[in-house]
Design a binder for this molecule. Structure first.
Ligand code: ADP
Ligand code: MG
Length: 248
């Protein structure tokens, strides 16, 4: 055991929808520089958990702690402002805009033309796009192209880049590799390694055990809303994880 304060801690978290107990008394944490995989069959409660963390749902019971302090978000916007960024499968990028414009979506930098006329600071946006993507070791040479021109993996990188630019300390990714080809999956996995090396915390939801084993430090398995098991990746196998998922 060490005594690092977790970046994120969830204590006895429950969420019910009427009579449906989607999440029941769940306790878990994410340390700085740690990737924690969240696995479980459909309906296990994975999405409910991340939505209860990221301000989409209010927990029915339990606590969410950020760097040791209890937080209670009433919107995803509030969670984002506290450094928790969630990247869903549908990436919420604006297809017709550049990488820079996507990084600043809703938070556009302005400058004054002729000393008084407020205009979009496109130069700042392009520079941020370039430096952020380079930080992720993801080199795109078409900074003026709309993101619709990029591949699935590159678009995933843009979404991650946006979180990194705004200094998210915790990235929650729901199936980030699901829609990608194999080389692109590798690239996203290597991006997650980068985030880890930068000391960020990652919660990684995936159905792909190979991806989970390639990138995670620990795995939390949910079954019908409860913790079915938690293992260090180094101490478990695909077989054991599948058994935890299906129970029996
Ligand atoms: N908004 C909702 N209203 C009612 N029931 C829900 C809602 N969201 C999820 N559930 C139920 O909660 C359980 C967990 O769902 P979910 O968190 O989406 O699981 P997973 O992401 O692991 O597939 C399921 O039984 C699901 O039907
Ligand atoms: Mg889900």
């Amino acid at each position: 055991m060490n005594n690092v304060t977790p970046l994120l801690e969830v204590r006895n978290l429950s969420k019910n929808f009427g009579p449906v107990q989607a999440l029941n008394d769940l306790t878990m944490h994410v340390n700085p520089g740690e990737v924690v995989a969240l696995a479980g069959d459909n309906g296990a409660g994975k999405t409910t958990l991340i939505k209860a963390i990221s301000g989409v749902y209010r927990p029915s019971a339990g606590q969410v702690m950020l760097k040791g302090k209890e937080v209670s978000f009433s919107s995803p916007q509030e969670a984002r402002e506290s450094g928790i960024e969630t990247i869903y499968q549908d990436l919420a990028l604006a297809d017709n805009l550049t990488i820079g414009a996507n990084i600043f979506l809703g938070r556009e930098p302005m400058r004054k033309a002729f000393g008084f006329l407020p205009v979009l600071d496109r130069k700042k946006m392009a520079e941020a796009a370039k430096s952020t993507m380079a930080l992720l070791d993801f080199h795109v040479n078409r900074l003026d192209a709309p993101v619709s021109n990029f591949s699935g993996g590159q678009r995933q990188a843009v979404a991650i880049g946006r979180a990194v630019y705004w200094n998210a300390q915790i990235l929650i990714m729901d199936e980030p590799t699901a829609a990608l080809g194999v080389p692109e999956q590798r690239k996203v996995i290597s991006l997650i390694h980068q985030l880890k090396a930068q000391g960020r915390g990652v919660i990684f939801i995936s159905h792909n055990l190979q991806d989970i084993f390639a990138v995670s430090d620990r795995i939390v398995v949910l079954r019908r809303g409860v913790m079915a098991g938690e293992r260090r990746i180094a101490d478990t196998t695909h077989d054991e994880v599948v058994k935890l998922m299906v129970g029996g």
